[in-house]
Design a protein around this ligand. Structure first.
Ligand SMILES: Cc1ncc(COP(=O)(O)O)c(C=O)c1O
Length: 357
């Protein structure tokens, strides 16, 4: 029986023979003169590493370390951030000018942006109500016309995890129609909500992860795709020849070591404490109409006049995210949780604002 991935992959992608980079071809030898690299390293500044050779075409040691961290046996590939994963999945499974994706707004804007850039239509199935819940039947119906469904859990910018039961219903209802991509960029802040283990049961599930959030490695540019072999077969065709710079790979392996994971979990627990303290402080302001529950490193607020508060904080040098451009988030501001010290500064600014308004 053919997989849903092979049904969806465009003919052009199926025919594609991956670019045969020197590392992909591999081989054995003593004097390597096959990649037009400089044979001897040049050291600039402080860097003591050798960067003259191209890196591994698929960093297997990173993929293995990430599988261990996620406790999954499904294939994993490392890419340059979750944003590259989104773009890669759309380019692999959708044909410009023909295919469609589904997104559940309000959500992370890159799904639609990447689709727009490739002339791929985006179907919107809005999240429902004040708790921003999935419209499962709406998503299943829209998926009949689409190749990819993007779900963001926990969702940016609303902060809530999507119900695992609802995701399972969608996986069941779309098995013959679409791949369901669950973006778990913020999952470390509520790890129990991960659906990565379900890939073994649902080959139409793809999970995207990143080291940019809880791991604190946004500048390193490292994200992951976790998916069934039948999906990876096509993703691997389009993946850039050298997806991970050596300088990043070294840091990523340190982060995924036992000590690295311990550090990440300690920092995450501290951040959650700061977040919960900050949220408890927000309750005192009557200009804040709603504080949305957060399973992330940010909190979304609906205020009596979102844009005024945003502008006031900006004047105090505190940069937050104005969400008012989205009709579903009128008067909403998204505030990232920083250090305890920074959040105390925000509370002091809110006190000032409160006394003036
Ligand atoms: C939901 C979501 N997915 C993906 C990304 C991009 O992550 P990366 O830095 O790994 O490209 C972000 C960044 O804000 C995000 O909020």
């Amino acid at each position: 029986m053919s997989s849903i991935a092979s049904t969806l992959a465009p003919e052009a992608i199926k025919k594609l023979i991956p670019y045969q980079s020197a590392r992909r071809i591999g081989g054995a030898g003593r004097v390597w003169l096959n990649a037009n690299e400089l044979e001897h390293a040049v050291h600039y500044g402080e860097s003591s590493q050798n960067f003259n050779r191209y890196p591994d075409f698929l960093p297997h040691d990173i993929a293995r370390a990430y599988q261990d961290y996620c406790q999954v046996t499904s294939p994993v590939v490392a890419v340059r951030g979750a944003d590259e994963a989104i773009d890669l999945l759309i380019r692999t499974f959708c044909q410009p000018g023909k295919d469609k994706i589904v997104v559940c707004s309000p959500t992370y804007a890159m799904y639609e942006f990447c689709a727009d850039a490739l002339a791929i239509e985006t179907l919107h199935v809005p999240l429902v109500g004040d708790a921003f819940e999935l419209d499962t039947q709406g998503v299943i119906a829209a998926a009949k016309q689409a190749n990819l469904v993007f779900l963001c859990s926990p969702n940016n910018p609303t902060g809530n995890p999507l119900s695992q039961q609802a995701i399972i219903e969608i996986l069941e209802g779309t098995q013959q129609d679409a791949l369901v991509v669950v973006d778990e960029a913020y999952i470390e802040f509520e790890i129990d909500q991960s659906v990565a283990a379900l890939i073994a049961r649902y080959p139409n599930l793809v999970v995207i992860r990143t080291l940019s959030k809880a791991f604190g490695l946004a500048a390193v540019r490292c994200g992951f795709i976790i998916a069934d072999e039948s999906v990876m077969e096509y993703v691997a065709k389009l993946i850039p020849p050298y997806p991970m710079p050596d300088s990043s790979a070294t840091i990523v392996l340190d982060a995924l070591s036992e000590q690295g994971l311990h550090k990440m979990r300690t920092v995450t627990n501290q951040l959650i404490e700061t977040r919960d303290w900050f949220i408890s402080q927000l309750g005192q302001y009557d200009f804040i109409e709603k504080i949305y529950p957060s399973a992330t490193n940010f909190v979304l607020l609906r205020t009596r006049a979102g844009e005024t508060l945003f502008a006031y904080l900006l004047k105090q040098g505190i940069v937050t995210r104005n969400q008012s451009h989205d009709p579903a988030l009128r008067d909403c501001v998204r505030i990232t949780i920083g250090s305890q010290h920074s959040m105390q500064e925000v509370v002091a600014a809110l006190n000032e604002y409160s006394s003036q308004s």
